[in-house]
Design a protein around this ligand. Structure first.
Ligand code: GBH
Length: 510
């Protein structure tokens, strides 16, 4: 057998971390098993009309009972890195440290042991949106709107570092604070569903208890940043030296092309858009303040400021820069009346260009358009903003993936041949390579979202992002799709034209 690795140029560094990702609420199920406490996503699912088809996380992919087979599958596919999240309310059913659930601790220890035995490095996110219900409340100073949460999150994080730190060398505090901040408190489309009554929705009072889309996302963000930095400080002060791990968070952002490249305002709008989505979180932990453009454009004292002590706490509270990226739009400078995050930016985002054409093929998800050059440009943007001569930043892509148009209606035999997804990954990973080899950005890891189909938040099980098919009608049986077979080959050979054969075809022949 020829060794292809020795006779071709490997573009990605030898220690580059290729992996796959999932999140607790989206895959675990077992939502009432072994003393797990409810989370705000269980509550949100119980509200009629909020999740497609009334789907819930009660069973999901039943990862809680099937993790051994999933880990074995990854091992067989040559996956060496796996990003998962812990469910806060499985570990602390009422959210606070006075009530530790040993069964929850046992579960994650078992998962981590199985991963390590399979030669797979675990990367753990502490918070992927599933806040324990007991901490939520419906008042205007509850949960992330108040500052009690900072210590509550720190207690949970501290327990995790202490308990799992010998096994976990890569920690993420938060997944996509923008998403749970803006969708949870701005549009009200995600848990806890707060927003200005009659603004984006009419049911904010009944669901989230109230809200103020113009103010709350900024307050929540402020407390999330302080919570992140406090937990990082705990890790550094008490554990990092002995355990030798790294810690950071991961932020989602789209990239953009100017709507009219000859209009300097549209060119600037690209920058402003990414500042409002990404730098809103990243600037504080690098520079100690919100982006200048946000300070300049957000009126009525809605944007908080950091005190000198807080600045000291937050600056430098990361070992790498995590990025979740899926899509790009056109950005157009517009005149708006400032009312909330989306109009404060004075940028209009649209997938349709001035020529009437889409920026790229549309996925099943209405927000997702395939635009591979966007990931390269985004890497350059992040590197240019945050790297200095003294400090080159390490970037890690923690999520990248796509839903395939029409996949929901397909038979399994059709769905496993997901060319659309294979092409998505080829395009994005090639551009990521170019960011490294041609632009000199220090990208050190890449995680495909997702290992397998799962609970896609308000879309329920209607939208599939998996590289592995999950048959929800038949005991959540798993079937590898072409995308994971391609990825498996690619991770080992870096050959974009890797060939693969899907075993499902043999199964239906026999
Ligand atoms: C990720 O967010 C999540 O981290 C992951 O859990 C999820 O499964 C994955 O995406 C796929 O969706 O409905 O028009 O208001 C990616 C960033 C931000 C993209 C919110 C979708 C909703 C747009 N997401 N956005 S809309």
């Amino acid at each position: 057998k020829q060794d292809f690795t020795s006779c071709r140029l490997m573009d990605f560094p030898a220690d580059f971390a290729f992996g796959t990702a999932t999140a607790a609420f989206q895959v675990e199920g077992a939502s009432k098993t072994d003393n797990r406490g409810p989370s705000i996503w269980d509550d949100f699912c119980a509200i009629p009309g909020r999740i497609a088809n009334g789907d819930t996380g009660e069973v999901a992919d039943d990862f809680y009972h099937k993790y051994q087979q999933d880990i074995l599958m990854m091992k067989n596919l040559g996956v060496k890195h796996f990003r998962l999240s812990f469910s806060w309310s499985r570990i602390l059913p009422t959210g606070t440290i006075d009530n530790v659930n040993q069964k929850g601790i046992d579960f994650y220890n078992n998962v981590l042991d199985a991963l390590i035995a399979a030669g797979i490095q675990p990367w753990v996110t502490l918070f992927h949106w599933d806040l324990p219900s007991a901490l939520q409340g419906k008042g205007s100073t509850d949960a992330w709107l108040g500052d009690k949460i900072i210590n509550q999150f720190n207690d949970y994080a501290d327990l995790c570092f202490k308990t799992f730190g010998p096994k976990v060398k890569r920690w993420l505090t938060f997944n996509e604070p923008w998403t749970f901040t803006w969708l949870g408190y701005g549009t009200g489309g995600n848990a806890p569903g707060r927003c200005t009554q009659g603004g984006y929705r009419n049911d904010c009072q009944t669901v989230g208890g109230g809200g103020d889309s113009g103010k709350e996302p900024y307050i929540v963000t402020h407390n999330v940043i302080l919570s992140h930095a406090t937990a990082v400080k705990t890790y550094r002060d008490k554990y990092q030296k002995d355990q030798g791990g790294q810690i950071g968070w991961t932020l989602n952002t789209d990239f953009a092309e100017p709507y009219d490249p000859s209009n300097p305002d549209d060119v600037k709008a690209v920058d402003t858009k990414v500042a409002f989505e990404f730098a809103w979180y990243m600037d504080p932990i690098v520079f100690g303040k919100y982006p200048d453009v946000m300070v300049a454009q957000i009126d009525n004292n809605r944007l908080p400021t950091f005190t000198a002590d807080q600045q000291k706490l937050i600056m430098g509270s990361y070992d790498f820069i995590g990025i979740n990226h899926y899509t790009s739009t056109y950005a157009k400078a517009v005149v708006t009346i400032d009312t909330d995050w989306s109009s404060d930016s004075k940028v209009w985002s649209t997938a349709t260009g001035p020529d009437g054409k889409l920026i790229g093929p549309q996925a099943q998800s209405p927000w997702l358009f395939v635009y591979p050059p966007g990931i390269r440009k985004l890497m350059k943007w992040v590197d240019a903003r945050y790297s200095t001569q003294q400090k080159k930043q390490q970037l890690i892509v923690f999520e990248n993936g796509v839903s395939v148009p029409g996949e929901t209606e397909m038979t399994i035999a059709q769905a496993v041949h997901d060319d659309f997804r294979v092409n998505f990954y080829k395009g994005y990973i090639q551009n990521l390579r170019d960011a490294i080899t041609l632009d000199g950005v220090d990208v050190v890891g890449y995680f495909a979202w997702s290992l397998m189909d799962n609970f896609e938040w308000d879309d329920g099980y209607n939208v599939r992002f998996g590289m592995v098919y999950v048959d929800y009608k038949n005991n959540q049986a798993r079937y590898v799709k072409d995308s994971i077979l391609w990825y498996s080959q690619f991770m080992q050979t870096q050959d974009f034209n890797a060939v693969y054969h899907n075993p499902y075809d043999d199964m239906i022949k026999n």
